[in-house]
Design a binder for this molecule. Structure first.
Ligand code: ASP
Ligand code: ZN
Length: 708
């Protein structure tokens, strides 16, 4: 097969037996979107007609053995195409749309014109080999790359400084696609969880940069959470400020005015200014100011008057100019004592529940109330900020129960758990009890979406906690988290068992929302139950009986995580069963490399000496070393520095093979300067040693910034 950009014109076999294919691309296309694929590939395909009447053949290509696992990707492609027609009025513009799955691929996927190239992990799926998360990931990445056809390809970038113009916008579009296809609340929770755990850390660490960086030495180092995820948050704020209809008009204008051109962030904002009649010059600061803004809310109740003073500050980032107030939409609701939302407007404002902040300090004044209400903020995470209000544990527990916005119910619980873990309440016992009661109520709520309950039970992770403190005391944070999980599991073991059993029959279903949600909660319950008694047989039984990868891997994760009896046997069985499947092999390697024990280092060393280790395969490197450095703070941050040493030892060889993959791993050191005690010095000296061993521009750029 020979595939290229554009429309196929001709394909022949030449006299000498070679193949010739002629493709013509009618659209102006920048060179980074050129692609050519040649190989012994097979495909699944489907002929469709676009909403504006053009015939298109959709095809997903892979090595012949992999083709039976391409059907879901093909379905997802058609869903993405239809969604972009309906939600954004964007139609496909060639006679073919080809997607190719590659087993060795550095990124997730790439939007080459009419010929998207994919990491096979975002294409191949069946229930025996892919988890529910894999399925959702496939749909979302298929959507992302497809949506680039307009946001990136038809309208492309003037220069790489504008990278977020296509990436932030396209992430926003793929987030909306997933939200429209599945649970909007669960999608928002997952995206904000990632933003808080990883983007906030990036924005506070040595690699902090604005969404539009003012300079770069190696642009590959700017395919970051800030450019992608914070960039998407900026587009989302614009959507919130303008409303769906005006935003859509602005998007139509942007596409119409810039079609076939190389655009800038200014072009994007101008189109929205023209459509809305708004001045977005202050809003534009979001693109040039690094660091996560903070909002401090102060409440005053006196004589029937309720005042909210909202103060906006931003951190000063070394090497960047001083922060200025940003414009942002903040949603809020006031609740009365019965838990009902009050229909009130602040003095001089409207009752929309949306305030646009643009100054260092903003006051909302409400008159005529009988009693002090309970305010709630940032529904749906309308602004990507760290918001602080001096809530009591009881107030947060109340919000976790009464908030109309499910995202905020989840967030109230996260805030409560975080403050308990960081011992921020005067009465820790009382606060812990409030948290436990809230968890109990959620587990009793059979009407709530089980996927939502599972999200609520996933308490703030290490990265999120580390982001909330100035100095990272690794041992204290990890211990607090483990202790709290033990306590909560003990408090609710019967509830967990009941839900685990009651959800069994729904969880046995296929790839549908109800079954996926049931499996999510069941596997969370399994993990909590097993932490109380790792010798119990529940995980082994689930492993043996599993009919899908989500349950099989969920059980294996628990067995590995708690070093349970049956672990070695299950691992061996899993290894054997999937030994010829690289993507599934990556899954057990990830579990071993992220086992939260200091000795995991020895197991990682053993893997690096085994035939499982393939340093030229990006997925394999991420499964072993990426999981170790990013998902295993216990081992990576081992007090003797052995975790840092292990990573730094491997990097020179990886940097010689694939600088982009190596650079991602170096990024695991982004917060090294905030580590408590000797860890900071150990991490720094590991980086200093590394300087002599890595020669790529990618690695040298990162080291320069990390050691500045
Ligand atoms: N542009 C790709 C994406 O975000 C990433 C890459 O450059 O490969 O979809
Ligand atoms: Zn992209």
């Amino acid at each position: 097969m020979l595939l290229g950009n554009g429309n196929p014109l001709d394909s022949t076999t030449l006299a000498d037996g070679r193949h010739q294919a002629v493709w013509e691309n009618p659209h102006p296309t920048p060179c980074y979107l050129f692609a050519l694929v040649a190989g012994a590939l097979d495909s699944v395909s489907r002929d469709i007609v676009t909403g504006d009447g053009h015939a298109v053949r959709l095809a997903v290509w892979a090595a012949p053995d992999d083709v039976p696992r391409c059907g879901f990707a093909l379905d997802a492609t058609e869903r993405a195409l239809r969604w972009d027609e309906q939600r954004f009025g964007r139609y496909y513009d060639l006679s073919q749309f080809n997607i190719v799955a590659a087993q060795d691929f550095t990124m997730g996927a790439m939007e080459n014109k009419g010929l998207n190239i994919f990491n096979a992990r975002f294409i191949l799926a069946d229930q025996d080999t892919a988890t529910d998360a894999d399925y959702l990931g496939i749909e979302s990445v298929i959507g992302h790359e497809y949506f680039h056809n307009w946001s990136g390809n038809r309208v492309t970038l003037r220069d790489w400084f504008q990278l977020s113009l296509k990436e932030g916008l396209t992430v926003f579009r793929d987030q909306e696609f997933t939200s429209d296809m599945h649970s909007r609340a669960v999608k928002r929770i997952e995206d904000v969880r990632l933003l808080r755990a990883r983007q906030f850390a990036e924005d506070a660490g040595a690699l902090a940069h604005p969404v539009r960086p003012p300079e770069y030495r190696e642009i590959n180092n700017f395919y970051t959470l800030t450019v992608y995820e914070k960039g998407a948050e900026i587009v989302r704020m614009l959507h919130t400020l303008l409303g769906e209809a005006t935003f859509r008009a602005g998007m139509d204008r942007y596409f119409a005015d810039n079609d076939g051109r190389a655009a800038t962030v200014e072009d994007f904002l101008h189109a929205h200014e023209a459509a809305s009649g708004r001045d977005l010059s202050q809003f534009a600061r979001w693109y040039s100011q690094a660091g996560t803004p903070r909002l401090h809310v102060h409440r005053h109740w006196e004589g029937g008057c309720f005042r909210l003073r909202i103060e906006q500050t931003a951190p000063t980032i070394a090497g960047h100019s001083g922060p200025q107030p940003l414009q942002m939409p903040l949603r809020y609701v006031l609740y009365d004592a019965s838990g009902a939302a009050l229909d009130v407007a602040p003095d001089g404002g409207d009752g929309s529940g949306l305030v646009v902040l643009d100054r260092a300090s903003h006051e909302l004044v409400f008159n005529g109330l009988d009693a002090a209400p309970l305010p709630a903020f940032n529904q749906g995470f309308s602004a990507p900020v760290k918001l602080h209000c001096d809530y009591t544990p009881a107030e947060l527990a109340t919000l976790a129960r009464i908030e109309r916005d499910p995202f905020n119910r989840w967030d109230a619980l996260q805030q409560l758990a975080k403050a308990v873990l960081l011992r921020q309440f005067p009465d820790p016992h009382d606060a812990g009890a409030a948290l436990s009661d809230a968890i109990g109520a959620l587990l009793d709520d059979d009407a709530a979406d089980p996927a939502f309950v599972a999200e609520c039970l996933a308490l703030p992770d290490f990265d999120t906690l580390a982001d909330a403190v100035d100095i990272i005391d690794v041992d204290a944070l990890l211990a607090a988290r483990e202790d709290m999980l033990d306590l909560l599991a003990e408090d609710h073991v019967e509830r967990l068992q009941r839900r685990y059993e009651a959800l069994a029959s729904v969880a046995a279903g296929g790839i549908d929302g109800a079954a996926i949600a049931a499996r999510a909660l069941r596997n969370t319950c399994l993990s909590w139950i097993s932490r109380l008694d790792p010798t119990a047989a529940l995980a082994s039984e689930q492993f043996a009986a599993a009919t899908n990868m989500t349950d099989r891997l969920g059980a294996l994760r628990v067995l590995v995580r708690f070093d349970a009896p049956g672990k070695a046997e299950a691992l061996a069985q899993f290894q054997q069963r999937y030994r010829d499947d690289a993507l599934v092999t990556d899954k057990w390697l990830t579990l071993v490399a992220s086992r939260p024990q200091p000795e995991a280092i020895d197991e990682v060393r053993a893997l690096l000496d085994s035939s499982w280790w393939i340093p030229t395969n990006p997925n394999r490197v991420r499964a072993v070393l990426g999981s170790f450095a990013r998902l295993n703070p216990v081992a990576f941050h081992r007090a003797d520095g052995a975790g840092y040493a292990l990573l730094v030892e491997q990097l020179p060889r990886l940097d010689a093979v694939n600088p982009q993959v190596a650079a991602r791993l170096i990024g695991a050191f982004e917060s090294h300067a905030r580590l408590l005690g000797s860890r900071a010095a150990l991490a720094r000296s590991a980086l200093v040693r590394l300087r002599a061993g890595v020669h790529s521009r990618d690695a040298q750029d990162l080291l320069k910034r990390l050691l500045a």
